[in-house]
Design a protein around this ligand. Structure first.
Ligand SMILES: [Fe+2]
Length: 335
């Protein structure tokens, strides 16, 4: 298919079928500059977003986007609201490059980041994610992506009681935040940075407003238990999605302070079966698509319907990210 000066091509297989395949927008050999690309996006943005609602993710490969500044201009062309990472309750360590662009999770190369919807463990999350490959690694470092609507269909078939409890009770997340940034952890952001405060009293005010529970620990780290948050959501288009951080927390929230298996519960505090969670992880792996990065690739992800993660890697890997909220497309949940 051709859309203006851009070819639209399907990805390879990896188990995806028909519309569930992510799309590729390949620029090919027709050289244009970033200004031409930005103008093209401004004209085509609704078409691109509609495609994102069908496929969940789009890869732009071979485009003339060669720096964080170019990437910022590309993201800006979609005219979505910027969700500044510094204002979010994310627990990952990141560094801002431009007002819209920051480094993806800075955790060490051997750390896996398991599938999740961005910031689904908090009350404010983006509708769309933009990723840009500044430097592909020497090996590994793929970004797995997984359609949550397709996963939920499988879960309803295989573990319907688990789905029912997720739906009726919601889920809570427990995380112990350090008092100083912990660069060795995927969840190493300090409580001061996470909550945008400098003292304990201000932290407590924010946690109270969020309806979270908390406990100060001896080393001034802060144990936080969220209020019950939905684990399954109904999107305006009628599809239901497994929108949460259960997989990432269950498999990955391990560090000096945290034990992953203690990081999740149902909304009433009751235990989530480890067997059920292992099933969720296995089924999500089966339908995940591993994206291997090439230099200057951009990927847009519909955060409402697609989970993402990060595989371990060797060498230097630099992926930049931007979070956005599209007023016209979400996040607007029906529950
Ligand atoms: Fe993420």
């Amino acid at each position: 298919m051709n859309s203006g000066f851009v070819d639209i091509l399907p990805f390879g297989d990896q188990g995806y079928q028909g519309d569930s395949k992510p799309l590729v927008y390949a620029f090919g050999s027709r050289k244009k500059n970033v200004e031409d690309l930005v103008n093209w996006v401004k004209i085509k943005k609704r078409e691109i977003i509609t495609n994102l609602n069908t496929h969940g993710a789009i890869l732009f490969r071979g485009f003339p986007v060669e720096s964080d500044i170019d990437f910022d201009a590309f993201v800006n062309a979609f005219e979505m609201n910027n969700l500044d990472y510094r204002d979010t309750l994310s627990n990952a360590v990141r560094i801002n490059r431009t007002p819209r662009v920051f480094t993806a999770n800075e955790s060490p190369p051997d750390v896996s980041i398991f599938l999740h919807h961005e910031l689904a463990q908090t009350t404010v999350y983006p509708s769309h994610l933009f990723f840009y490959c500044e430097q592909p690694p020497d090996g590994g470092g793929e970004t797995p992506i997984c359609r949550s609507d397709l996963l939920l269909e499988k879960l309803e078939d295989e573990i319907p009681l688990f789905v029912k409890k997720c739906s009726e009770l919601g889920v809570c997340y427990t995380n112990i935040m350090p008092s100083k940034k912990d660069q060795d952890s995927g969840q190493g952001r300090s409580w001061q940075d996470t909550l945008s405060v400098s003292d304990m009293i201000s932290a407590e005010t924010i946690l109270k407003d969020l309806n979270y529970n908390w406990k100060w620990l001896d080393d001034d780290s802060l144990k936080v238990i969220t209020c019950p948050l939905p684990a399954i959501r109904l999107l305006p288009n009628g599809s239901k999605v497994f929108f949460n951080q259960l997989i990432a927390a269950f498999e990955g929230w391990n560090d000096k302070r945290n034990k992953s298996e203690e990081s999740i519960s149902f909304g009433d505090g009751s235990e989530i079966s480890k067997e059920d969670m292992k099933k969720v992880c296995k089924l999500s792996d089966e339908i995940s698509f591993d994206l291997s990065w090439e230099k200057n690739d951009i990927v847009i992800i519909n955060n409402m319907m697609v989970m993402h993660g990060r595989k371990p890697f060797i060498g230097r890997r630099s992926i930049l990210a931007s979070l956005a909220i599209d007023d016209q497309e979400g996040p607007k949940f029906n529950n």
